[in-house]
Design a protein around this ligand. Structure first.
Ligand code: AHR
Length: 319
């Protein structure tokens, strides 16, 4: 019930209007239903803005629903888009599993689905037309490789604590895997604690506090996003330690706040994950609507940043 209320108010607030009839509308505008994860991080806020701005620029009518981090809200939103007969559905799945039934409903209704940012684990890949987003395993590998390079030729155990993203979410699963596989090449690098911080600053702080209380020697923090890393920095400073010096910090995303902390020496390395998916998504929507077949997997271009690189990049950072 609450989910339904949230959905309807979100739709009304974002161009929902009178949408009881065909999604194509009277002016033949393409209608896109988009179900967003929520607003858990700076990355997510930038991603929402990119999608809303790009839809406007492309002349696409966007029906936007914020799932507030809940899969059941996303399923409700997708079903609502199907009922409204939108032209295309796109969504960023909160978690990877549990989508087959609703995706089949969309397919049976003849509405193409585009995955953005995060993937699903459905075996039947005909349930979606394309997946646009990052390679999260690769991001984890880049984070791990930086650490391997830092400790090359050194002796002694390096205690690593890990702040994972939302349990069951593709970026949490893949960033953990890519990192673990890469640091396995150096037996001195040990993950001594690993817990979810749900991709939020508040949880990053709380979980880091417990890590600091229970683990006497922490050398490195690997946080699956900037926000958790920034929350952890508060906990580290409150414990009288110097982030970036006493504890090396690696994060993922490269949003402005993260890049600022990197340039100030509080974070040591950031692996970029771009939230600016809107323009490419609108191109795919148009392609699908005009009967084209988009690439099944469209990868986002990304880089990495050291402290020095962050100082140069910061003035140009869009998000
Ligand atoms: O799916 C992308 C991830 O989700 C971002 O790295 C994180 O900040 C967000 O919450």
């Amino acid at each position: 019930m609450v989910g339904a209320v949230l959905l309807s108010s979100a739709l009304a607030g974002c161009g929902g209007g009178d949408d009881s009839s065909s999604g194509s509308g009277s002016d033949d505008k393409i209608v896109l239903g988009f179900s967003q994860v929520g607003a858990e991080s700076g990355w997510r806020t930038a991603n929402t803005k990119s999608i809303q701005d790009s839809a406007k620029a492309a002349g696409i009518e966007l029906k936007f629903a914020d799932a507030q981090g809940k899969q059941e809200n996303q399923i409700t939103a997708i079903r609502s888009f199907i009922t409204q007969k939108v032209d295309v559905i796109a969504f960023s799945p909160v978690v990877t599993s549990g989508w087959d039934a609703v995706l089949k409903e969309a397919k049976d209704a003849g509405i193409p689905v585009i995955l953005t940012d995060r993937s699903v684990d459905s075996q039947d890949t005909s349930l979606y037309v394309s997946f646009l987003g990052s390679d999260f395993v690769e991001e984890g590998k880049k984070a791990g490789q930086w650490l391997v390079d830092q400790y090359k030729g050194k002796t002694g155990t390096v205690n690593i604590v890990e702040l994972q993203g939302t349990t069951g979410a593709a970026p949490a699963i893949d960033r953990q895997k890519g990192f673990a596989d890469t640091i396995a090449s150096d037996p001195n690098l040990k993950v001594v604690k690993s817990q979810t911080g749900d991709f939020t600053r508040a949880q990053g702080k709380t979980v880091m506090e417990t890590f600091l209380q229970s683990t006497p020697k922490i050398d490195v923090l690997y946080a699956h996003n900037d926000d958790m890393g920034l929350g952890a920095i508060e906990a580290i400073e409150a414990a009288g330690k110097k982030p970036g010096t006493d504890i090396k910090i690696i994060t993922v995303d490269a949003v402005k706040d993260g890049m600022t902390a990197l340039s100030e020496g509080k974070i040591n390395y950031i692996v970029e994950c771009s939230p600016l998916l809107g323009p490419q998504l609108m191109d795919i929507v148009k392609q699908v609507k005009s009967g084209g077949t988009p690439e099944k997997r469209i990868l986002t271009k990304e880089t990495t940043f050291t402290q020095e690189q962050a100082k140069t990049e910061l003035p140009n950072r869009q998000y």
